[in-house]
Design a binder for this molecule. Sequence first.
Ligand code: C2E
Ligand code: MG
Ligand code: MG
Ligand code: MG
Length: 289
Amino acid sequence: EAKQSGRNTYRFFEPAMHASAMRHLQVRQALQQAIEQQQFRLHFQPKYRGASKELTGLEALLRWNHPELGEMAPAEFIPIAERSGQIIAIGDWVLQAVCCQIARWDGAGMKPVKVALNLSPLQMRADLVERIIAMVGAAGIAPQRLMFEITETAAMKDVERTTQVVRELQSLGFDIAIDDFGTGYSSLAYLAQFHCRQVKIDRFFTSRLDLEDHSGRAIVAAIIALAHALQMEVVAEGVETEGQLRELQLLHCDQVQGFLLGRPAEAPTVPGLVNASNDDLFAGGAFRS
Ligand code: C2E
Ligand code: MG
Ligand code: MG
Ligand code: MG
């Protein structure tokens, strides 16, 4: 009996596992050519202060359109690139593309805006700081123009290394945000130790702000209180409804990001977004956020 069902299970799962392994291999091979053939692009999603249309920064998000596989989500290809080590080259491309884009916007006379980019834990293990200094220098960009987002899970993987990288980058003038906060093994002591500029509340918690059940609100309130006690700014990710936005305002969340306020957009549409935003944003040192 047991043997029989074991065989059936094997037969049932084997083709699916095979398909998934084939897909991984296919994606991995396709990634190899993606950089050379200019298949990557960046989209930029705005972050706003509270409910005002005061833009506080942009987040660069990687986009990949493969000629045969089509548009592929970072959630699919980034884990594959992390497993293969290709994320190092991809991360370099992102960094360079962001620096060049900032230089191009500056050249076009767009108001200066801070751009955040996402870092993989694998990048932190390599000579990340040296690479960042080189690319920022080559593009002629001030470190104050960039922020690096590190997921909580990534940060906790190697706390010593993360602390070292975060401190080095901050001492050079770069800002750091802890991304997807609340989904990993949140150690409050480590959050204090990293002492970053921003904490980004994962969109899972934002999505729960609308619910009848008040636990979502309690968790968001606790994260905001903690971050403020540590002199960190809080950004709520994934704001999709007016109801969520209202709750976040009531809870004194500093910044918001999400489809309700602005979807990730192509570079040419960014100057319009920035110019449409409130002007007093760059007065009185507000540029720092
Ligand atoms: P993330 O850094 O937390 O980025 C936020 C993700 O949520 C983005 O997905 C964004 O498009 C999406 N999003 C923003 N607002 C909303 C909303 O209101 N509702 C919903 N449902 N989604 C929203 P995306 O671009 O697919 O990226 C997914 C993840 O992939 C990112 O999460 C980040 O961890 C990673 N990623 C993206 N670009 C890069 C990159 O250049 N390097 C690295 N290492 N990772 C990246
Ligand atoms: Mg992010
Ligand atoms: Mg996030
Ligand atoms: Mg995420």
